[in-house]
Design a protein around this ligand. Structure first.
Ligand code: PEP
Length: 262
């Protein structure tokens, strides 16, 4: 089955209103031009901080670029000061939400079970979850990479909704913790090994048709220089891009690196 690829920009805690206006306008202009020229090979999703969602939404209107949040609460709404629900993100124009980023797992103590419940909340509120998985350097050195990925994935699959439409339309992002923001990306072979393992787990649990429709992105120090080799791997369906998504030029160059099979 032909999967549509995605390139997602994770702005993290960056993006004043002025910065958002400039970056969103430039990215949207570039993506719209590629779309008109039929050279756009992937979906493009921008995930600015909550305070910039409305500005980004305003500037991407009419373009193929979609909007995502960087986190949600598992709660529907109510007395949760400082939290944001999935329905509030939907209301702000989001179609996607990043969940379980390693910075939240490491710095804020988010564990597999909570990430899985947030995934359920995202589906409930009509968002497509982009759920991050990945091992630390110590875990890779101890040859625990696949075991760690299996544990993280098993927690998600245990709570995955039964509706086929939802099971087939969510996104996993393999992000080795040691590669995030370090300038040291995983090699294409390392990435394909993990992505192939994830695809096999999905196939065993969900069947071939559903497993082959789920996007598996790679994230961790992706740049215009390394993107093409990473995206050429058979189970890599695009990227989750941090630092390089903060400049239109580099982000658009990464979008251009996705192979055009049309
Ligand atoms: C990320 O934070 O999701 C990420 C992949 O960051 P970077 O591209 O900067 O490594």
């Amino acid at each position: 089955m032909q999967r549509r690829a995605a390139v997602v920009g994770n702005w993290k805690m960056n993006g004043t209103i002025a910065f958002t206006q400039a970056l969103t306008s430039a990215v949207c202009a570039g993506v719209t031009e590629r779309d008109h020229n039929h050279t756009l090979a992937c979906d493009v999703i921008l995930c600015p901080p909550f305070t910039s969602l409305s500005t980004a939404q305003h500037h991407l209107a009419g373009s193929p670029v979609r909007l995502g949040g960087q986190n949600i609460s598992e709660a529907i709404g109510g007395p949760f000061t400082g939290e944001i629900s999935g329905s509030l993100l939907r209301d702000a124009g989001c179609s996607h939400v990043i969940l379980g980023h390693s910075e939240r797992r490491t710095l804020l103590g988010e564990q597999d079970a909570l990430v899985a419940r947030k995934m359920v909340a995202a589906f409930r509120d009509g968002l497509i979850p982009i759920v991050c998985l990945g091992e630390t350097l110590a875990e890779r050195t101890a040859e625990q990479t696949l075991a760690v990925i299996q544990t993280q994935l098993t927690a998600l699959l245990a709570l995955l909704p039964t509706a086929e439409e939802q099971r087939a339309h969510w996104v996993l992002a393999y992000e080795p913790v040691w590669a995030i923001g370090t300038g040291r990306h995983a090699t294409p072979d390392q990435v394909q090994e993990v992505h192939g393992f994830i695809r096999k787990q999905l196939t065993d649990r969900l069947g071939t048709t559903i497993a082959s429709s789920i996007q598996i992105l790679y994230g961790g120090s992706v740049t215009p220089d390394n993107a093409a080799a990473l995206f050429a791997q058979p189970d890599v369906d695009g990227g989750l891009i941090g630092g390089a998504s903060l400049k239109a030029e580099t982000f658009l160059a990464i979008i251009d690196a996705y192979p055009k099979n049309f």
